[in-house]
Design a binder for this molecule. Sequence first.
Ligand SMILES: Nc1ncnc2c1ncn2[C@@H]1O[C@H](COP(=O)(O)OP(=O)(O)OP(=O)(O)O)[C@@H](O)[C@H]1O
Length: 345
Amino acid sequence: MPFVNELIEHNRTQIAQASDRAGQGPISASRFLFDVEAVMALLRSRIIGQDAVLGEIEAMLRVVKAGIGDPERPLTVNLFLGPTGVGKTEIVRLLAQAIHGKPDAFCRIDMNTLAQEHYAAALTGAPPGYVGSKEGTTLFDAEAIAGSFSRPGIVLFDELEKASREVVRSLLNVLDSGRLTLAAGNRTLDFRNALVFMTSNIGARQAARWERWPIPRTGRSALRSRSVRQALHRHFDSEFLNRLDRTLQFDSIQGDRLMPVLDVELSKLTQRLLRQGVQLQVDSAVKQAICRTHDPRFGARDVARQLRTRLEPAVADALLRDPEGRAWRALLHDDAIRLEPVARD
Ligand SMILES: Nc1ncnc2c1ncn2[C@@H]1O[C@H](COP(=O)(O)OP(=O)(O)OP(=O)(O)O)[C@@H](O)[C@H]1O
């Protein structure tokens, strides 16, 4: 028995195909099934300290949902800038989760693997006459890019600054016309139904220096964003930068942002434990100890790492020691995390 959503999607696709055949072009008004409020609620519950970025994402999703963008370009093209572990990739994963029901339902191109000029071929496939040209083999996942009539595809070009200039130049066509003809010439990938994201940590080192400058926060953030913009313009041609819809700068994750990030990470762990029928409470002393020893170079990644290396082993010990134990409390003893059973009434 098909789901209602699938039936609606099927009907909409039929209508779209019929209208295409009649030469009217695709129907645009609200063809996308996703609900902007629901998508943003998920993002806001999981992404801490990036309010300005999330505001821009919301505006972008509204334009996409309303279907009023240029139909000859990707639905949107966004460059995410910031240091490691601040939520750049996580936002794309959450969008995939909210729109397609799976956090990995997007096409990810790791630009780090395309660091040399001749790797442009890996992106667009082999030219005619070369091995692999007939197969049209490329790094792109055509289905994840195309999405469907009622759900946009999602593409992420990760670590953009690592790609060679040649590879970045081969993306200009995608940004201009929403299409990329593979080198063999026998296949074209269509990005016109895709949300395109790119990430880069360009300028992050310069920005970090301003974080420590002893001036008020607003002044610091203006200087920081100017230095990131300068680094960006030094690295990429304006030909490329002018084709981006949004360049969004992420804030670093440290100070008073750590505790809410820790709460998000903890809730993922407690949910996993609950699925095994185990309850876990974590003392605030444990949380403070984790925030105190946070390594700011790794942003939120270090919070997740500390949970994995300090809390999870203590939980595992307790569960293996007493497999019948169903409720536990994590406490701090001499700077080490210990678990004690919670007495049940
Ligand atoms: N702003 C945030 N709020 C809550 N959790 C976050 C945030 N940023 C990152 N995280 C957590 O850290 C993990 C790593 O973040 P993410 O993959 O987004 O890093 P990134 O910014 O893309 O950095 P990198 O350039 O290293 O890939 C995420 O899976 C998430 O659990």
